[in-house]
Every structure is written in C-alpha cells, then in structure tokens.
Design a binder for this molecule. Sequence first.
Ligand code: SAM
Length: 283
Amino acid sequence: MNYGKLYLCPTPIGNLKDMTFRTLEVLKSVDLVAAEDTRNTLKLLNHFEISVPLTSYYEHNKAQKGGVLMEKLKSGQNIALVSDAGMPAISDPGEDLVKLCIEEGVEIVPLPGPSAFTTALVASGMPTGRFSFEGFLTTNKRSRKEHLEEVKNDTRTLIFYEAPHKLMYTLSDMLEVFGDREIVLARELTKKFEEFYRTTLSAAIEHYKETPPKGEFVLIIKGADKQALEEERKAALPTPEELLKEYSALGLRSKELAARVATELGLSKREVYDTYLKIKDTL
Ligand code: SAM
C-alpha cells in the first residue's frame, strides 16, 4: 500500500478571503485534518462548507499524536496539517511532524499562503534583504535574556512573535538589552484594526502604558548598527602603545614586536614600528 501525504495547509491570519483555492481543494480532498485548535479549525471548515474528519495535534499531545498520525499516513491516508492561523510549522508543533515524516519516508506537500511574519515584514519599512525570524521569547526570565543577548549584535532585521499580555514585559527586556532601537509593531494583520506602529522601543513602552495592548503582534526590530558595532569594537581594543609595552615585557624585540601588535590591532607594520621608535626608550 502506498503511503499517504502530509499537506501543510496555511490558513488565514484574520481575513478569511486570504484562504487560497488550492488549500480549499486540498482540505476538501484529504482523509483527515490535524489541527492545533480543533474548535477554531471547525469554524473555518464550516465557513467554507468543508466536512472532513478533524483531530487535534498540539504542543501537549504531539509526542503521542505524532505516532498515531504517522500510522494513518503509512496506511495510505492523506492528512492536512493546519495551525491555529497562518503557516503551519512556524512557531507551532508542525515542525516535529514534518521531521517524523522525513524519517519515515512520508511525502510532505507544503502549500504557500498566509504567514504572519512575512506579512508584517514586507510592510514594515525595515530592511528585508536579510532578516532573522526569532519566534516567541520564552517566559523564563534567564533564557529570555540569553536569547536577546544572542541576537543583540545581529545586523539583520529581527522578527519576534508576541502575545498582547506579555508585550510590555518583552519590550522592556528588549530595551534593556538592545538599547533604544527602532521597532515596528504590526498588529491585527489582515483584520479590521490592522495597524503598523513605527516607533522606538522606549516610545512604544510609554504608548502601551497609556493604551494597554490588544490583539496579536509581530515585532520587527532594526538590526544592530554595523558602524556603531565597529566603533565599539575599536574602542575596546588596547592602544598600540599599551600593547607594545605589554609585549616588550614578554621579551619581544623591535620588528617582531611591531609585527605582532600590527596584526592584533589590524594596523600597518610601518605605522606600529613608527610608534615603537617614538616610545622605545620608555619600554
Ligand atoms: N504559524 C503562524 C504563522 O507564522 O503565520 C503563527 C502561529 S503563532 C502560534 C501565533 C503568533 O503569530 C501570534 O502570537 C502573533 O505573534 C502572530 N500572529 C498571528 N496572526 C496575527 C495577526 N493577524 N496579526 C499579527 N500577528 C499575528
């Protein structure tokens, strides 16, 4: 018996008109729909008058349910995986099912369609040439900070998902680690109250103190400033005089000393040797 296929089916992130013809066709044709939230998906299927068996696949049952779905796929059933909204396998357990299918030789068919972070990024006005999708920060204080520290010096545009009740906490942690960067808060995308708030981290915090955040958010943060990073790096380096002193104390002499200091500081040997000649009597 041939194996069935796993279809990754994106669903609207707000506006039901964003459902694609192909996704509808696949949802109508599969044997089973595996959904992160069966109640939400049932509403969606009812809206499009699709009647198909539905089962749950979410974070807390994925370990056991993955095996069950795999057995069905191997017995020839076609399954559509849908996330709560948007593209499955982005910041949801779909990733694990995809891995399992690859291990077991089950074909995966990804369908293009709505995705919250690409929708936010393209209208943000931030550089789109290079970006890093960072998903959700955890709730654990230490690992949140570690995550932010890890990307602090990344010059690419940074993208995060966040729930409204954790937004202030996240903005404050970001301000503490990144400094006052530019941010675009893309809210309620594709919905009636869609909003792009282009501001800075500190101004966003002030704003949401007055107006408590509502709805769903994608946060687009300006990457680190390359020039400022380079200046910071240079400011942290010792001066040629300091290094010449340090290495001459180790017994290195003139040319060898100048060459080593030049390499370490990214300067020309000639330049460092001239400095050496000026201060050699003090070494
Ligand atoms: N897999 C989905 C995707 O990438 O499209 C995202 C699922 S993730 C569990 C849910 C998060 O996506 C929300 O917390 C929010 O950050 C973001 N999101 C989903 N729909 C959104 C919308 N209409 N406007 C803004 N952000 C949205």
